[in-house]
Design a protein around this ligand. Sequence first.
Ligand SMILES: Cc1cc2nc3c(=O)[nH]c(=O)nc-3n(C[C@H](O)[C@H](O)[C@H](O)COP(=O)(O)OP(=O)(O)OC[C@H]3O[C@@H](n4cnc5c(N)ncnc54)[C@H](O)[C@@H]3O)c2cc1C
Length: 257
Amino acid sequence: MTRTIDFSKYSSIRIGPIVDVLLLDSISSLPDGYTLIGGANNLLVSPNPPKLAMLGKCFDFIRREENVLRVGGATPSGKILSFAKKHNLAGFELMQKLPGTLGGMVAMNAGLKEWEVFNDLIAIRTEKGWIKKEAIEHGYRFAHIEGIVYEATFTWKEGFDEALLAMFKKMRDNQPQHPSAGSCFKNPVGHYAGKLIEEAGLKGKRMGHMSFSEHHANFLVNLGGGSYEEALALIGLAKEEVFARFGIVLEEEIILL
Ligand SMILES: Cc1cc2nc3c(=O)[nH]c(=O)nc-3n(C[C@H](O)[C@H](O)[C@H](O)COP(=O)(O)OP(=O)(O)OC[C@H]3O[C@@H](n4cnc5c(N)ncnc54)[C@H](O)[C@@H]3O)c2cc1C
């Protein structure tokens, strides 16, 4: 089965073609030549992307099993946050305004400052079976996972923290409002990508309908009708300028497809 997706609407940065995406409705390996996507909140999809696949609806679930929370890979972050709030669960407050599916968040070890999805993770289930967190190499915005995250288990810990939620919300309030894919570059060790871009004179730099945000230089924003080519040109420019001025190589956090 496939689902027709218009990436200019589906992706958070609002760029991309209309493509038939293969739906994975049972636990199996990714077919050869396919690339997996989740909610497309960290993607920049080109006019000619590779063949794409995504998890089907049957992997959008949340269940309690004794003292463990079991979540499907296609479950959106907002749904997990609502569940945590309703059941007074701790550890999911960061999902406030952290857009994505569970699979995408685990694959990127998404997080905010010291709060990361891996913090309360117990294990993930891929087509190879269950893998405990301890066996997964992971760090800042990366997790070395071979295979597809079909589901994951988390510690069931009571105490939803409203104060933490309010803090995350406040941190988000000054984020750019235009469509984006979140941070464009990872923070190089000991530096902030946004500050480097700003010091290279590119804060607010515009090409066509794309720009590095005036509010937060590491957010590549779509001002309306922006294209893949414009986004790519800005990414290239930032890498060039930051390297020329500071000798630092910026690495994309955003994934180009
Ligand atoms: C406004 C905004 C703010 C953001 N703020 C933050 C932030 O503060 N911190 C942060 O970490 N991120 C942030 N992001 C980025 C985004 O929220 C995360 O990267 C999130 O994890 C993306 O999830 P997704 O389902 O959309 O994945 P996608 O963008 O679709 O895919 C991302 C990667 O995950 C892989 N993937 C997807 N599903 C699976 C699966 N089931 N199994 C294995 N691999 C999979 C894909 O192959 C791809 O490599 C922000 C994005 C936006 C738009």
